[in-house]
Design a protein around this ligand. Structure first.
Ligand SMILES: [Zn+2]
Length: 327
């Protein structure tokens, strides 16, 4: 019979609360019982140790311990789950140096994933009929960007006219002014997206060198073209449901008005600056009163309106575009 003090001893393991044995008075039965108990205790302690080890692993996994993942290769599901986590929610890499094994707080809930871009703009020029529809739709809200002259009768002042001096094609409409002092105004409501108001001219010879590269390429490189705009303003007119993304450019300005700043909203008819000839050969040669004109462009989905159209089609498109404004 096992003594009461032994049989009644609470069987509690110090490590894991599993039942085990405490000692009592040493009798033969005690010794036998104690031996059995100690053996049983060792087995239980071993089981406890394994259980603790597993519990420790589980806890480390929950805390993202690098040692746990290093010891046990992640399952495919774990890898996929990890890949599915938005990286923006875990700016601190979980590395051996940065992980905090003693951290007890739960990680913050994941932020919602960024909304994907829903609008894919066409990359190709529109056909003539489609371009005409866009011009008709825009015409109702259009205001002439300049009151200098009427460019429509002259194909050389419209898009798609060759510009041999820079080995390229005209992308805009030129409003030819008799002198300085005329205003360039926003053609549609929008928001100013770019300004160049401190243009520094190249020397005439440097300008020719840049144009020499264009001649070799048989095309005007984009930044060379930009360098020929002089002072300019770009207005973003947003995305229209019937056409796409629209911007307009006001180039060769003598000055950009000082109140114009990037990001501001602007209304159709609101002045952006004084028309001049900055960026032209005359201006580079020091004559700011010669060849004064507003070079104005309307871009649809990153291409000028009327790209690839014939001279007659281009004139029809821009006649339609300005029809309401010229009434
Ligand atoms: Zn022009």
């Amino acid at each position: 019979m096992i003594p009461n003090e032994l049989s009644n001893t609470p069987l509690v393991c110090n490590h894991c609360s599993h039942p085990t044995v405490k000692g009592g008075i040493l009798t033969v039965r005690h010794i036998v019982a104690l031996a059995l108990a100690l053996t049983l205790g060792s087995l239980i302690a071993g089981a406890c140790s394994q259980a603790n080890s597993k519990t420790s692993d589980d806890a480390d996994s929950a805390q993202g311990s690098p040692t746990a993942s290093a010891a046990t290769p992640p399952t495919l599901n774990a890898k996929l789950a990890d890949q599915a986590k938005p990286r923006v929610n875990n700016p601190t890499p979980t590395t051996a140096a940065s992980a905090t094994p003693t951290a007890t707080t739960s990680p913050p809930p994941p932020l919602p994933a960024p909304t994907p871009i829903a609008i894919v703009l066409p990359q190709e020029p529109l056909a003539f009929e489609e371009t005409l529809e866009v011009a008709q739709a825009l015409a109702a809200n259009m205001i002439l960007p300049s009151d200098c002259g009427n460019p429509l009768p002259r194909p050389d002042l419209l898009p798609n006219s060759p510009r041999s001096y820079r080995s390229g094609i005209h992308q805009g409409v030129d409003f030819v002014c008799p002198s300085l002092g005329r205003s360039a105004v926003a053609a549609l409501d929008g928001r100013v997206v770019q300004i160049m108001d401190n243009y520094r001219h190249p020397t005439p010879n440097d300008r020719l060198q840049l144009l020499g590269v264009a001649a070799q390429l048989a095309a005007t490189p984009p930044f060379t073209l930009l360098s020929l705009y002089g002072n300019y303003v770009v207005i973003d007119h947003g995305i229209t449901p019937f056409a796409g993304h629209i911007i307009s450019i006001y180039a060769h300005l003598h000055e950009v008005d000082s109140n114009i700043r990037i990001g501001q909203t602007i209304s159709a008819g609101e002045r952006v600056g004084e028309i001049g000839n900055s960026g032209t050969a005359a201006s580079a040669a020091g004559d700011v009163s010669k060849n004064v004109h507003l070079h104005w462009e309307l871009h649809l989905n990153n291409l000028y309106l009327g790209a690839d159209l014939s001279t007659q089609q281009t004139r029809e498109v821009y006649t339609t575009l300005f029809a309401e404004a010229m009434r």
